[in-house]
Write a protein that binds this ligand. Structure first.
Ligand SMILES: [Zn+2]
Length: 282
């Protein structure tokens, strides 16, 4: 397991960085009344590690946990926390489906064979939770449809459904006055699909929405660092540039490379590739 760090990134926000095999960022918003946790972790062990790190830092354990989206690595830790779970309506619907699944190796392999599960997720689940595997999927206690704002005391957290290619239920959490935006995985590409991709119709309205939040720190589900606003804008500019290159030179990576005449940076390369892959899904 990679060593994950808990660090205070603003007056009220504590961030635990991602870890192997696919543990996402977790956050605590420490108010004067209570602590709110953002995302529940990939397993009981991951959730437990977060609670331990909070305790060591002198931060109260969470009174509630809010989920960014339904993917396993963000929700499997929820039962361990034993606190009320807040989730978007679509997240709750997906969790109800997951609750009916068998999570043993044979069943996981079967779902990979039928295309219901992704090979990389099944592989990561096997590492995060070796057999004999116990997975308890919780039903959320509080379900909202568009936005929900919590007030832990001296700080607010507005949870807003934003959707996107990665998961239709994706929500972001905007923390004020700290000016932190917890993105979950919303800005990543679609993964539960035959080919990883972005669609313009989902990606660009999402970017427009994300840029309306007053923030200067951006936390991604699987980013090793917290992004500044300048870094966040740079990332979204690369997404827009990738679309412009496709418009100018056609949906052909070779042609784009030849026309640009110099190597594209790794991010822009990936966005060109995944936006072209997404065109059949437009
Ligand atoms: Zn995800």
């Amino acid at each position: 397991m990679a060593e994950t760090q808990l660090q205070q990134i603003s007056d009220h926000v504590w961030w635990m960085s991602p870890g192997k095999p696919d543990r996402p960022s977790l956050c605590a918003i420490a108010g004067t009344h209570y602590t709110l946790m953002l995302d529940a972790g990939a397993s009981a062990a991951h959730a437990h590690l977060f609670l331990e790190r909070l305790r060591a830092a002198g931060v109260d354990g969470p009174r509630y946990v809010a989920l960014s989206h339904w993917h396993w690595d963000h929700i499997f830790g929820a039962a361990e926390l034993a606190v009320p779970v807040i989730a978007h309506k679509q997240t709750a619907e997906r969790l109800a489906v997951l609750a009916g699944y068998n999570w043993h190796d044979a069943a996981l392999d079967q779902r990979v064979a039928t295309g219901e599960e992704i090979p990389s997720c099944a592989a990561d689940i096997k590492v995060e939770l070796p057999e004999p595997r116990e997975v308890q999927i919780i039903a959320p206690d509080m379900v909202f449809e568009h936005t929900l704002t919590l007030h832990p005391g001296g700080v607010s957290c507005r949870i807003q459904h934003v959707g996107g290619d990665h998961a239709a239920d994706s929500c972001v959490m905007h923390i004020l006055p700290d000016r932190v935006l917890f993105l979950g995985d919303c800005l990543y590409d679609a993964i539960y699909t035959p080919v990883r991709h972005y669609t313009r119709q989902r990606l660009f309205p999402l970017i427009d929405t994300l840029l309306t939040f007053d923030a200067d720190q951006y936390i991604e589900g699987h980013g090793d660092t917290v992004m500044s606003r300048a870094e966040f804008i740079d990332l979204t500019d690369k997404m827009r540039r990738a679309a412009t290159l496709i418009d100018q030179h056609g949906p052909n990576e070779e042609a784009i490379r030849a026309q640009v005449g110099q190597p594209l940076d790794e991010d822009t390369e990936y966005f060109v590739h995944t936006l072209i892959a997404g065109q059949p899904f437009e």
